[in-house]
Design a binder for this molecule. Sequence first.
Ligand code: NAD
Ligand code: MG
Length: 327
Amino acid sequence: MTKYGLFSRGRDRQSSAPSGASSSAQTSSSAVARDPLQDPTKKYPKPPFSKQSQPWPGLAAKMKPRPDHGEKSYKGSGRLQGRKALVTGGDSGMGRAAAIAFAREGADVAINYLPDEDEDAREVIELIKAEGRVALAIPGDLREESFCERMVEEAVRGLGGLDILVNNAGRQQAAASILDISSEEFDATMKTNVYAPFWTIKAALPHLKPGSTIIGTTSEQAYDPSPDLYDYAQTKAAIMNYTKSLAKQLGPKGIRVNAVAPGPVWTPLQVSGGATQGKLEHFGGQTPLGRPGQPAELGSIYVQLATGDASFATGQIYGAAGGSGQP
Ligand code: NAD
Ligand code: MG
């Protein structure tokens, strides 16, 4: 257990892994590999997972096993030095992995989350501060246009500008039938996943200088929707689509727009109504790697899309789905 009692990756697990390929890769006696060879099928927990359910929006702190967001493992190398990032849903899951990675790469980071997620958010704020970066907590509900505008203003004021915007927050509630989805629930999914990025991008745009980047989180669901994710999957298709439209609109202004399309990843979204108990037990088992992804495995993708190194990448959807799914 670490200070935060997080699921442990990094050295503890690497040293107990079978040596084989790893030791032969470390040919120089004095050189210690920074990233020793590791079998991705054995790197993280596999199904079956124990049944578990939390009230929405769920906490990473209460998941078994706890997800890895890169708390111990992500190592930065100054790739985002001095940048200013706002990450929605930055308390847990992919957003938390991105927030930690951004801070370790030298960025100041504001995170948005729901007030009920304060426990998770406080851990992220401490991790950002531990890197000597500015850490801003902006709790609030993205389903309100006025809050989206206020969030952007607070981020710009607190960070002294904005050049990376990650629209990552999302709502996913599985429903066996379209008949089980009320208009209110349908509206909540649309507001969170489609309207909030629209409002947030509109508020942020006047502050974004050439070189800035907008990153969304879409899903493999945009391409191959599950029968029980009728409302959610179509919002992910919308995110994929607006990413490509906005990239064309903002390219001439020097602002890049890209998105990440995860496959099954072990996050609170799945244990708070996103997946049925049956699905959860075998979660990720159908991928060629035989397990779900951990948020930590996607943090570097958000970094790559944000950094100036990727200056020709815009309108792109970057998949990370363990070998199946699209893109
Ligand atoms: P997560 O639960 O850790 O993150 C989702 C976050 O969205 C929450 O932490 C919450 O802060 C935020 N959120 C939801 N509704 C909100 C609202 N009304 N106002 C403010 N914040 C709100 O789960 P995650 O899986 O990391 O989700 C992040 C993104 O990844 C989502 O867009 C999700 O659709 C996408 N995604 C997840 C998976 C997966 O398997 N976990 C797969 C593909 C895509
Ligand atoms: Mg959360």
